[in-house]
Ligand binder design. Structure first.
Ligand SMILES: C[S@@+](CC[C@H](N)C(=O)[O-])C[C@H]1O[C@@H](n2cnc3c(N)ncnc32)[C@H](O)[C@@H]1O
Length: 389
């Protein structure tokens, strides 16, 4: 309900249907309400406990008020479009209510702390301002991303992507600080987990598109970032995070298993979860994807197959004390004929890449005070090189 300050209550209650249409259809308020309800429905389907708590905290009141609106008694003041808009909102409200086992709910079996842990993490990744780049960096270059973590218990080593890991924070901060690395590129994240790095990359592309006043329509958009992982639950969560951040025009998810890649595709591309060969890309990003020595071999093979000749990859990893097999990664890349530059993260961007992200690092799993992180900058040569034996 919206009332202009300079209108008296009589004229606003006798609004013409034209005025009402302006007030219901195609207004930012209707759009936002629709979006909020769609997200609520998404939560009701994916996390019923959190949805119940949202209901208890007040959303059930709003939902039942909306559902009780008698749209047919308003036919004199509403146009057909208005009616459709209200009915669409009511349908959403009713669907959310129908999924609730206690609408309205009177108590929650979970503590506030337990429920808080279910909420998405909010990462605002800011560019690191160095003495060289500082002058060019602006406040709007920061990117905010919501990350939902999978709240079911991890029952195997394969489930490590259910939660966020420290290298993802560092790699995200790196791309935000060096946005030219991703502009106009086809980007693929491997072992994406919750997807922070790829989502931040898509956020940079989205901001770049809005700045150039070219907002792509869904039908003409080809996604520029591909988030990949091998775990189906992780992939479902990635999809949820894409929706949560309203960024589907710039990013998609796909299944990619490191162990299905051969490391022999000079320009041929990578194999997806259906065994279909897919186009190589310009840039590969990977955070904390090596957990055992075989992973170092498989990750190097994957990067080789995914990259187009001349393409590059940035891989960030915790040290070999905390991630077994990382020490093999450089030699595996060299074996495939790729070039590798290894840097201690602590020294990058005037030493500020690590220090400016300490708060966000503490939100991640497996972060240990004093943990060393390494960045590998891998380049695939433009010309095919003969491999060392
Ligand atoms: C330690 S987690 C890191 C996740 C994310 N990159 C981050 O930093 O938050 C390792 C990720 O690699 C994925 N992974 C492990 N083995 C894989 C494989 N063979 N193929 C593709 N992804 C794999 C896991 O599912 C998980 O998401």
């Amino acid at each position: 309900e919206k009332k202009d300050d300079d209108e008296d209550s009589t004229s606003s209650s006798q609004c013409s249907s034209e005025l009402c249409m302006e007030r219901i259809t195609n207004t930012p308020e209707t759009y936002h309400l629709h979006r909020v309800l769609s997200l609520h429905l998404f939560v009701a389907k994916s996390d019923p406990t959190l949805a119940e708590e949202m209901g208890r905290e007040g959303s059930h009141l709003v939902l039942s008020r909306l559902a009780r609106l008698d749209v047919y008694s308003m036919v004199d003041t509403l146009t057909e479009d208005d009616e459709d808009a209200v009915v669409a909102l009511q349908d959403l409200a009713c669907e959310i209510g129908s999924l609730s086992c206690a609408f309205p709910m009177k108590y929650s079996p979970y503590s506030a702390e337990e429920l808080l842990r279910r909420l998405p993490l909010n990462f605002t990744v800011k560019p690191v301002v160095t003495s060289l780049a500082g002058a060019q960096m602006k406040k709007h270059d920061e990117v905010s991303i919501l990350i939902n973590q999978v709240t079911v218990r991890q029952s195997a080593q394969e489930d490590v992507g259910f939660v966020m890991w420290p290298s993802a924070v560092i790699l995200s901060s790196w791309v935000v600080s060096k946005p030219h690395l991703v502009h106009g590129k086809r980007v693929l994240e491997i072992g994406a987990g919750c997807g922070l790095v790829g989502l931040v990359t898509a956020g940079i592309m989205k901001a770049n598109d809005s700045n150039s006043a070219c907002i792509p329509r869904a039908e003409e958009c080809h996604s520029k970032v591909l988030l990949t992982d091998f775990n189906d639950v992780v992939l479902q969560n990635i999809e949820q995070n894409i929706q949560l951040n309203n960024i589907a025009n710039f990013v998609q998810k796909e299944k990619l298993d490191f162990y299905s890649q051969s490391g022999s595709q000079y320009g041929g591309g990578w194999l997806d979860g259906f065994g279909k060969r897919r186009q190589p890309v310009d840039l590969v990003l990977a955070a904390d994807v090596i957990c055992k020595p075989e992973d170092a071999v498989a990750a190097a093979n994957t990067i080789f197959d995914c990259l187009t000749p001349g393409g590059e990859a940035f891989v960030v990893s915790a040290d070999a004390m905390h991630r077994f097999g990382v020490e093999k990664f450089e030699s595996e890349c060299l074996r495939l004929g790729m070039k590798v530059l290894v840097s201690d993260v602590q020294e990058l961007l005037d030493g500020q890449l690590l220090s400016s992200n300490t708060q966000s690092l503490e939100l991640t799993s497996g972060f240990v005070e004093g943990m060393m992180l390494t960045m590998f900058h891998v380049t695939k040569p433009l010309k095919k090189e003969v491999r060392q034996s």
